[in-house]
Structures are given as C-alpha cells and as structure tokens.
Design a protein around this ligand. Structure first.
Ligand code: AMP
Ligand code: ZN
Length: 137
C-alpha cells in the first residue's frame, strides 16, 4: 500500500533522503524537515493510510508504540522538559501530507513554540446536552 505521489511513501522507499531516527518492519520515525523545535520528529506507518480513520487498530497500536519509544528517546537524549504529540486529520485541521503521521514536538519551559492556549468558550448545560444527544443518536 503505497501512493507514488506521496512524499512519505517516497521516504519509506528511500527514493528521497530523510534523517531516519528509527525504522522497523511497520513504522518509521524521522526528523521533520521544517522543525518547530530541535528534534521535532514524525512517526509514520510504512503503509499509506490517509488519516487516523483509515488506520486499522493493529497498525494504530504499533504506530503509537513507536511514538512512545521516540518520545522517550527525545526526552532522554535532548535537553527538553516535555513534548507535544500532535496528529492532524484532514485539511481543516492542518493536515498537509495525506499519509497519516504523528508529530512529536520537543518543548522546553518558556520556549513559546506552540502556545496551546486553546480558544475556549463556555457552554450551557443545555448546549452540552444537545451535542451529547447528537453523538448518542
Ligand atoms: P502536517 O501538517 O501534519 O501534514 O505535517 C506535515 C509535516 O511534514 C510538516 O511538519 C512538514 O515540515 C513535514 N515534512 C514535509 N516534507 C518532509 C520531508 N521531506 N521530510 C521530513 N518532513 C517533511
Ligand atoms: Zn504515503
């Protein structure tokens, strides 16, 4: 399962170079070419799946085992205080490469890299109930 127009499939096939951190039969982790912070890593399944929704559960499980492994590696080897694990799905959420992938973005205190100050709103009890009933119908 490969898409010849996909950059990440080309990385898997070694048709284009990448800075590979880790690779096994099913997954690959490499450095993001435009890192948000030093060590910004991308973890992918080797097979081409567009989004989270296309990933079979066993693939998802293997993918996140590698995410954990790489997150711990970054934490151990780089002088960081934490990391964000980000996974964009569909254009509206900022997904640019349609080969499902997970970002691990190293963080240090006060780095001002990504401010996850989510634009929170408030919701009434009725509004929460309305969406809950949509989800449960
Ligand atoms: P997303 O917006 O979640 O689709 O993120 C795609 C990420 O892939 C971006 O952070 C890009 O910098 C990164 N990227 C694009 N091309 C390459 C490449 N050839 N090697 C490594 N990372 C890449
Ligand atoms: Zn692909």
């Amino acid at each position: 399962m490969s898409d010849e127009t996909c950059i990440f499939c080309k990385i898997v096939q070694k048709e284009i170079p990448s800075k590979i951190i880790f690779e096994n039969e099913d997954n690959m982790a490499f450095l993001d070419i435009n890192p948000i912070s030093e060590g910004h890593a991308i973890v992918i399944p080797k097979k081409h799946y567009n989004t989270l929704e296309d990933l079979p559960d066993d693939e998802l499980s293997k993918l996140f085992q590698v995410v954990k492994k790489i997150a711990m590696l970054l934490h151990e080897k780089l002088n960081i205080d934490g990391y964000n694990v980000v996974q964009n799905n569909f254009k509206a959420a900022g997904q640019e490469i349609n080969h499902s992938h997970v970002h691990i973005i190293p963080r240090t205190f006060g780095d001002m890299k990504i401010r996850l100050s989510l634009p929170k709103t408030s919701a009434t009890n009725e509004e929460l109930d309305r969406v809950l009933s949509k989800l449960k119908s």
